[in-house]
Design a protein around this ligand. Structure first.
Ligand code: GLN
Length: 217
């Protein structure tokens, strides 16, 4: 994580400007580019934590499943017994952002958090890596520079899955409720709008919990 020194305005668990504790966002750190995600979340004001154990996945406001290699990440989830904790997070309506291999890990054939099937390495050998400017629904009109590395696309999906962006007609950013997924690596540019959207969803969950707590006394 960026900056090891104390940050007076961002002490762990300290109230933020609005008097609320910072959002705790876990980055699944089994494999892949978790440090860059954590740095981005930290810059957005979250308390980013690298999650490697079931205990580390508990009590999070949101979770990022990063890119890497979906087979390796899947094996690590099995080896470390993390599936139950990830499922409990999802079942509680807490948001998840799956990126690249993390998108694959969320699909029907893996954790089943998204009613979608992904095609691995979908853009083929010629297009193993490329960049594109994507207009993504829900993050504003400004296109986002997206870095695709041996990226998947969504091959097929159910009605509850909203497609937020496509490349050549193929869905590359999708959302189903609190589960967001993208085919590219948003941690490799300075554009943190998808991470900000994840945090906005988490703030929404927190606010709903607070207001239902108030209304029930
Ligand atoms: N090709 C990888 C897979 O199928 C994903 C690549 C990535 O995350 N950059 O798991």
């Amino acid at each position: 994580m960026r900056g090891s020194g104390p940050k007076p305005d961002r002490d762990s668990g300290a109230p933020g400007v609005a008097g609320e504790p910072r959002l705790r966002v876990g980055v699944l750190a089994s494999q892949g580019d978790f440090a860059a995600h954590a740095a981005m979340l930290d810059d957005l004001g979250a308390e980013a934590t690298e999650a490697r154990t079931a205990a580390g996945l508990a009590g999070l406001d949101a979770l990022v499943i990063p890119g890497g290699e979906s087979t390796t990440i899947t094996k690590a989830i099995e080896r470390d017994g993390l599936e139950r904790a990830i499922r409990a997070h999802a079942d509680a309506g807490l948001p998840i952002l799956g990126t690249c291999a993390g998108m694959i890990v969320c699909d029907r054939e893996h954790l089943g958090l998204l009613d979608a099937s992904c095609r691995r390495n979908a853009f083929g050998r010629q297009l193993a890596s490329f960049e594109a400017d994507l207009e993504i629904d829900g993050i504003g009109p400004e296109p986002m520079r997206a870095v695709f590395i041996r990226a998947p696309w969504v091959e097929e999906h159910g009605e509850a899955v909203e497609v937020l962006a496509r490349v050549d007609g193929h869905p590359v950013v999708v959302r189903e409720g609190a589960v967001l997924a993208c085919s590219f690596h948003p941690e490799l540019t300075d554009d943190s709008r998808l991470h900000a959207l994840l945090m906005a969803l988490a703030t929404g969950v927190r606010e709903r919990a607070a207001s239902s707590g108030r209304s029930t006394g």
